[in-house]
Design a protein around this ligand. Sequence first.
Ligand SMILES: Nc1ncnc2c1ncn2[C@@H]1O[C@H](COP(=O)(O)OP(=O)(O)OP(=O)(O)O)[C@@H](O)[C@H]1O
Ligand SMILES: [Mg+2]
Length: 246
Amino acid sequence: MIEFQNISKIYNPGTPEAYTALHNISFAVKDEEFVAIMGPSGSGKSTLMHILGCLDTPTSGTYTLDNKDVSTMTDNELAEIRKDKIGFVFQSFNLLPRTTVLRNAMLPLVYAGIAPREREARAIDALHASGLTEEHFSHLSNQLSGGERQRVAIARALVNEPTLILADEPTGNLDSHTSLLVLETLQRLNREHGVTIVLITHESDIAGHAARIIRVRDGIILSDEKNETVRDAATETRLYDDLKRL
Ligand SMILES: Nc1ncnc2c1ncn2[C@@H]1O[C@H](COP(=O)(O)OP(=O)(O)OP(=O)(O)O)[C@@H](O)[C@H]1O
Ligand SMILES: [Mg+2]
């Protein structure tokens, strides 16, 4: 699905402020993988995700997404690819406040020009897949807990039926229990719906839920390994609930 070949990113090239955020990075992600990209602040994670998500282009190197070279595409072509293939989840949920859960989830379909009845049906499916139930649909997004907000944001990322979800610190604003609920949602989407997931985080506890962990630092890949002990968020949530009852 994803192939990065010698990708470099230089901000402000050719100026005194030139800064190389990614140095010759190469890796590939197959369909239906769940990969975490882990590294400290400033290591280049968001830069990497912006390129992966076709929000930005590399300074040099080749990025192939589903056998298409996207590294030299125009902004309009990139926008088409994003709409077709990619769902984004960010640390700040970016929901519209004072707007219902259902409307928030439908929003990308409004922009995509989908008919109202189909919009609603697809938003409802996506909300269910994100672990929300009918009782939430008419709530205003600012009345929800952090974990519920992030699940609405995941539903919104899902309505276009992307094959790839890019999540940049999706649990960054959440406490540990709520983080598990969000990770449980991502793990279920990956296992049951076959969505490829790239999860960006600086926390090893969070990265431990991915099947493969790529460690980055100072714009280079330090290691890229299979995670032999994948944590299961659903099991951890049950344990937490049991402990709370004791
Ligand atoms: N638009 C930009 N212009 C110039 N430098 C930038 C720009 N965006 C990022 N950088 C620099 O590139 C480096 C990598 O930034 P990036 O945002 O990718 O890091 P990160 O790993 O996502 O960090 P964090 O964990 O804090 O989100 C940093 O040193 C940052 O200051
Ligand atoms: Mg970042």
